[in-house]
Design a binder for this molecule. Structure first.
Ligand code: G3I
Length: 345
């Protein structure tokens, strides 16, 4: 009997210890003022992309998100392959957890993204014109109604353009024609009239073929009455730096009456990076912040992850990584202090 009792106590202790280890230890506090406070003082919402599995499993990761950021963007959890893995079967659980965690921490949520060629479930590619149009309608309506009042901003259309300024030949373009972009915005406004609706683009920061096309696209859609509230520039950069003309580019969109958000900022480095490269990276980060501060309509800056341990760059670009503000152990890199300084400047 006594042996049984000792065994039971031992088992409880071991399971308890495993649970605590699984949760990880608490976050080491980061030096200086939290980014969210510095951003708030400047009227800029500072956010980060988050991964639900990490947030659930890793206490320090979760605590830093709550402490440092004012807004979150689910990195993958609101993409079609996770929200609607089979046609008509919506699975909101993971995204719901990110949203709840954010609201509990007094944060806002950017929804990413409603119409995007990436991470589509296989069934989408098999649909004909009529069916795809129906699926787009159903997806936007179901998802936005589910999150109405909880997700205030959506990337409605993501990466609709190619670098040469052509429209990207996504399943949406191929089946529905170029009208799908305006239609998606109309559907989004109907589904949640209070949400801010963004078009989000990669590689359109400088003045180039892509941003020129984006400008014409948005201008024309607006003049036709499409409900577009803002333009998101992803700002995935590297040591090539912030492209010339970024501020002027944002200003021409601002002049169309649009809000601007920097939605996915990171700065990839060759790995392992040298001290000089980390320093150069910090300057690129500072310029990203300064560029946003230079444009009145730029009120939101989201980092695409905040730790090198959880970033898409090493996962998808061999030889590259170290792209975020904190290292893999969640310790600040020079970039973190540079962003703090730029936000205080
Ligand atoms: O879910 C599987 C998991 O089951 C498996 O064990 C694991 C093994 O690698 O892969 C997991 O899927 C990965 C998924 O992220 C979730 O982590 C995919 O392989 C991976 O390709 C996917 O990458 C995402 C990428 O979009 C896909 O296009 C990145 O995390 C995400 O950061 C990235 O985000 C995009 C934005 O949506 C749009 N702008 C560009 C940005 C960077 O590519």
């Amino acid at each position: 009997m006594r042996r049984l009792a000792v065994g039971a106590v031992f088992a409880v202790v071991v399971i308890g210890a495993l649970l605590v280890i699984g949760q990880g230890g608490p976050a080491e506090p980061l030096p200086g003022q939290p980014l969210r406070a510095l951003g708030n003082a400047k009227g800029i919402v500072v956010g980060t992309a988050v991964r639900e599995d990490q947030q659930r499993k890793n206490r320090a990761y979760r605590e830093l998100i709550a402490a440092q950021f004012q807004s979150v963007t689910p990195e993958n959890e609101m993409k079609w392959y996770l929200l609607q893995p089979e046609q008509g079967r919506f699975t909101f659980e993971a995204a719901d957890r990110v949203v709840k965690e954010a609201l509990d921490a007094g944060q806002t949520v950017r929804g990413h993204s409603l119409v995007f060629h990436g991470q589509l479930p296989l069934w989408v590619g098999k649909l004909g014109r009529r069916e795809l149009e129906g699926a787009m309608r159903a997806h936007i309506a179901e998802v936005m109604r589910h999150y109405a009042g909880r997700v205030g901003v959506w990337d409605v259309v993501n990466e609709a353009l190619l670098d040469d300024g052509g429209l990207r030949p996504s399943p949406f373009l191929k089946r529905l024609g170029s009208g799908y972009i305006g239609e998606a915005f109309g559907l989004a406004r109907k589904a949640d009239p209070k949400a801010k609706l963004y078009i989000n683009e990669i590689g359109a920061e400088g003045i180039n073929a892509k941003s020129n096309r984006l400008y014409r696209l948005v201008r024309d859609l607006k003049s036709q009455g499409a409900p577009i509230d803002g333009v998101g520039f992803q700002t995935h950069f590297n040591l090539g730096g912030v492209p010339d003309g970024f501020v002027d580019n944002m200003r021409r969109f601002e002049a169309l009456g649009l809000e601007i958000a920097l939605t996915e900022a990171d700065v990839g480095l060759p790995v392992p990076p040298t001290t000089e490269q980390l320093e150069a990276q910090s300057q690129v980060y500072a310029r990203i912040v300064e560029s946003c501060l230079a444009v009145k309509a730029c009120k939101s800056l989201t980092f695409w992850g905040f730790t090198d341990g959880r970033s898409w760059i090493p996962e998808t670009q061999p030889g590259m990584g170290a792209a975020t503000l904190l290292d893999e152990q969640l310790r600040p890199k020079p970039a973190f202090a540079a962003v703090q300084r730029a936000l205080s400047g």
